[in-house]
Design a protein around this ligand. Structure first.
Ligand SMILES: [Ca+2]
Length: 295
């Protein structure tokens, strides 16, 4: 098993960008549809995974009561935010974002920049953004209920501020994702395929070249695909990485949950204790977010 730095989240790499110039955002929204997680303790982390990820040691942690969204933020919801505020995302201001190679056309593959030497399956695509997830000519028209992607940590925070919400802390995220189960590998238990059924959108086949799509999806799945965990949260394992509020390391923020690119042989970070990080200005086609709120 290998773990390359570009596997979970290729990084933008510090290029300068224009002044944001985004409007002041006025909070609105309500906690309708959010899930109340009561005050309590749970066993966080695991003793497996990659040492450098610092999943362990397993320890008891406490959270106050909080609310969390059952779904990651969809393209439709993000479009409402942009329409109401005129917000311009970091990917749009930089003028490009990272897209996975199998989602691109032969022409794009010939001409685009393979920007991450350790992970050549990530291409820097000019014009890729939440509106055009695979660059010019692509669209979210048929993906209204899919997670918004190509959003940076700052973009996620701007949306949350507008919605009157916030990003979950990592401790909150894992508590909610575990769904009340103690020290299970996945939000539904220890078996990846209970009764032979797929429970999340990850990778089947040979990474990064052949995806058999046994779970039904090559890229993102709708946010309500697959059954929820016992708390009612959907897709906390796989589909898209989810930004959390906390720092992961110096200069990076936590991402949790893994994505449609995770595979047992390569990057098994779709486990509920798994964690990674990315720089807050980075955006990719496999990172999104869900919102939380104080109870
Ligand atoms: Ca899949």
């Amino acid at each position: 098993m290998t773990s390359e730095p570009g596997c979970c989240g290729p990084r933008r790499g510090g290029a300068a960008r224009a002044d944001p110039g985004n409007p002041r955002i006025r909070a609105q929204g309500s906690s309708n549809g959010m899930i109340l997680i009561p005050e309590g303790t749970y066993l966080m982390g695991s003793d497996e995974g990659y040492q450098a990820d610092r999943e362990g040691p397993v320890r008891e942690v406490h959270t106050g009561a909080f609310r969390i969204d059952p779904f990651t933020v969809t393209n439709a919801r993000f479009a409402s935010f942009v329409k109401a505020t005129g917000y311009v995302t970091e990917a749009e201001r930089f003028g490009w974002s990272f897209v996975f190679h199998l989602l691109l056309s032969p022409r794009q593959l010939r001409t685009a920049d393979r920007a991450v030497s350790a992970a050549p399956w990530w291409l820097r695509i000019d014009g890729a953004s939440w509106r055009r997830p695979e660059g010019p000519g692509s669209s979210i028209a048929a993906r209204q209920r899919h997670p918004v992607v190509h959003v940076s940590w700052a973009d996620a925070n701007a949306y949350c501020a507008w919605a009157g919400k916030r990003l979950p802390t990592e401790v909150e995220w894992e508590r909610a994702a575990r769904g009340g189960l103690e020290q299970k590998r996945y939000p539904w238990g220890d078996e990846l395929l209970p009764k032979g059924r797929h429970r999340c959108n990850i990778w089947q086949g040979t990474f990064p070249t052949v995806n058999t799509e046994d779970d039904g999806y090559l890229g993102t799945a709708p946010v309500n695909a697959f059954p929820p965990n016992a708390y009612g949260l959907y897709n906390t394992s796989g589909n898209v990485w989810e930004w959390c509020a906390d720092a992961f390391d110096v200069g990076t923020r936590v991402i949790r949950g893994g994505s449609y690119l995770c595979h047992e042989s390569y990057c098994n970070r779709y486990r509920v204790a798994a964690r990674s990080g990315n720089t807050p200005d980075s955006s990719t086609g496999h990172m999104g977010f869900r919102c939380a709120r104080d109870a």
